[in-house]
Every structure is written in structure tokens, then in C-alpha cells.
Write a protein that binds this ligand. Sequence first.
Ligand code: FAD
Ligand code: 2HG
Ligand code: ZN
Length: 447
Amino acid sequence: MAGYASDWRNAYSGTPAAVVRPGGTEEVAAVVALCAEAGVAMVPQGGNTGLCGAAVPDHTGGQVVLSLTRMRRIRDVDLANQTITVEAGAVLKSVQAAAAAAGRLFPLSLGAEGSCTIGGNLATNAGGTGVLRYGTMRDLTLGLEVVLPDGRIWNGLRGLRKDNTGYDLKQLFIGAEGTLGVITAAVLKLFPAVRNRATAWIALPGPQAGIDLIGILREQAGDRLTGFEIMSRQSLGFVLRHASGARDPFGERHPWYALVELNDTLPAAGLDGVLESALGDAIGTGVVSDAVIASSPAQAAALWALREGISEAQNHEGPSLKHDVSVPVSRIPTFLARTDRALRELVPGIRIVTYGHVGDGNLHYNLSKPERSGDAEFQARAADLARVIYDATSACDGSISAEHGLGQSKRGIVADYKGRHELDLMRGLKQLFDPRGLMNPGKLLPD
Ligand code: FAD
Ligand code: 2HG
Ligand code: ZN
């Protein structure tokens, strides 16, 4: 059962009572009904790539892991309706491939796409690198099929873009981290296939320049701006040190970098020209220090690998204290300047690995220990460091979890950053859906 008992990073582990792998919705319902009858807690699990311990059971030996990974069928592709209906255990990459085979795009894209599942993407409201243009999983979902905590099946598999018949129940299960029921299938939106892309790696003097560049690109490329990722030199440095074949696109070091992607559905959209002209203007005004535009899909993939490799590379540098925050885009430069300073005062020599989906205001503000410091010594400071980051996030009207969720890691501390009435309503919903508290207990909600 080892693969189901701990997460991708081995940061969280537990002791399952059993691992159950149903092959269809009726089987999920039967398992859930049996667990409910016996009063046994359940932990829904997909690809187990989550980063906050939400898919891992506790240590009591009393929780059943309910793995959806056998349920991976593509049930339907409806081209006229621009939808795809898939089972919850389908791996994201296979859903992207099924859409492509039908001449369409399913736009959710993230580093774990070869292993994470649609059920996990829904339960965490996954974001990733295409949110700027296509939105998060909430925006990409039209309908759900869910097994409720008592074993009843709710068939909400409606492929409708308009439906004003009351509360939008599917949105409650999205982002619920498996605490309200088990998602077994979903109707997802498809988009026209992308036929033209332009990708650039850009050197920036600082985060403010990144924000200015987003403005220039929005003005000149409109909604062709699909991805805008930012990375500090520290983040790129880890990738260059640990990822095989990684190469710095520039001869000299720069403090910050951006990775930009434009896309279009027209084959001859001339995106390289649009990007070249916008970057030329940005270089002229000192917003951008240097830039390279990928001249082939292989080169674009190599640039994306530098970005996607940060998470893995940081694992080689000892414990990575992850903070997945969002603040309004306009406040990012001030937020970073103040918080970087406060963190360095608290732990001199700390290595701050800042990167992420800055176009969405979402930063992965991850911390590595100072060179030559011990793992345990650094871990002992984790709570103090998190407090500095979350207080600063809150002061900027931000969120302490932009995309990974609360799971085990942030469920306690969230109580300090959400209003009492909001938490009361959340607890009320949990009580309504799962009065006996059997669905993924110990996750998301504070005690
Ligand atoms: P799991 O880890 O198995 O589960 C996650 C949560 O969903 C748990 O609470 C679990 O109980 C619940 N769950 C799973 N399946 C179901 C179901 N069928 N019904 C109800 N609840 C269910 N996330 C982002 O948002 N953006 C990123 O860019 C991103 N990049 C990543 C890069 C790497 C290298 C890694 C390792 C992770 C990344 N993640 C990212 C985090 C993670 O991949 C996502 O949260 C993903 O959506 C989790 O999917 P999963 O199938 O692995 O879910
Ligand atoms: C990403 O954007 C992921 O690369 C993972 O959300 C971030 O590992 C992390 O902290
Ligand atoms: Zn991310």
C-alpha cells in the first residue's frame, strides 16, 4: 500500500486501513455506502501529486483510501457542444490528448499533468500555466457526477453553459479537497485547437518590470497572452544546478526572468512578430533587459522545462517550505520587497525561491535553508517564517492558498486569515453534506 500511504514529496504519510480501487461509479457508491454504514472514514485519492497532504490518510489505521485511478474512461466528446465527459481517474495528460485527437484543446496545464487526475484537479480547483487565458478548473467545468458521503449518486453531468435553476452545486465540490463527496466524472469545456504559438524567455531588472511587461503585452497581444510566469535568479540557479541538460538562455546573470507564451487558433497569426515588437518596446523603455524568442517547438519546450523544473530542483536543496499565495497583481512588488526583507532578518542567509503564475497574482514563495545549515534547525523555524509570509499576504488582501489548497498543512492556520462568518458557513456546508464527518476528515477545515 506504500504508494497510497504517502505523497509525491514524502512530506506526508499515514497508515491506510485499506486501499480500495473501484472500477466504476456504482462500485464507488457501494464502497462509500459500506463505509458509511460501518462508520469508517474515507480519503479520496487521485494521482497523489497534491502538495498539502490532502490525499493521504492519518496514522490511526482506521481510514480507507479510495483511489479513483481505475476510472479513467473518456465517456464522450461532443464537438458541437465543445465538451468532453471524462471519469475522475483520467490522467490530465490523457484528457489533453483526447481533446487534441478530436481537433480541440483542453487547456488545463501543469507540471504534474503526466500523473495528476481530473478528480484531483477538480477537488483542488487546479490552476497552472494557462489560467490567464482559460481560467482555473472552476471555469473549465460544466457538470459533475458525485457520490455523496452516504453512497447516493448525484448525476449533475450537464453540459450546459446556461443553467439558472438554483444554487450551483458543482462549485461546492470543486476545491472541496474531497471533504464533501467523491467526484466520479465531469463534463469539461473544450476550446479551438492552438495552431500558432510564440514563446520567449525574458530577463528583467525586478518584479515591477514583470508587472509593467504584462501591461505592455496585454495592450499589444490582447487575449493571445496565454502564460506569464516569473522566476527569481535563485529559482533558475537551482534548476541549472540540478536538472540534467538545463542551460541558461543568457550569457550573464539577471535578477529576475519571465517566461511568456502567446497563442492563437489561426495558423498564420504572426505571433513571433507581435512578441518581437512588444519586447522591442519594452527593451527600449528599460522594462526588459534581454530576451530570446524560441525558434522551434523544441526550443520552446526547453524554456518551459526550466520553469517546470523548479519544484523538483528545490527538493535537492533540503526541505522546501512551500507557500502558495496570491495578492492583487499590482501589489506584488511591494509585497515581495517587504516580505523578503522580513524573512532575511528572521533567518539570515535564507534562500528565497520565488516563482509562479504572476499574471494571476499567484506566487510560489518557497524557502530553502541557508547553505551549510541543518534540515532540522531550518524546519524548526517553519511556523515563524510562514507567519511572516501569511501576515504580509493578508495585509495585501491576498490568499494563503492560491492553488494547492489547505489539506493538512494550512487547515489550522487558515482560521487566522478567514472571517468567522465565512468559516461558520463552511462548517455548516460540511455538516449538511457529511454530518458524520467521514469524508476526508482532518483536511481543509480547522478543528
Ligand atoms: P491528489 O493529490 O490525489 O488529491 C488532491 C486532493 O483531491 C485531495 O484532497 C483528495 O482527497 C482530493 N481528490 C482526489 N480525487 C478526488 C475525487 N475523485 N473526488 C473527490 N476528491 C478527490 N497544482 C496547481 O494547481 N497548479 C500547478 O501548476 C501545479 N503544479 C504542480 C507541479 C508539480 C511538479 C506537482 C508535484 C504538483 C503540482 N500541482 C499544481 C499540485 C497538484 O498536481 C494538483 O493539486 C493536482 O490537481 C492534484 O491532482 P491529483 O490527482 O494528484 O490529486
Ligand atoms: C508550479 O507552479 C506548481 O510549479 C508547484 O504549482 C509549486 O512546488 C511548488 O511549490
Ligand atoms: Zn503553480
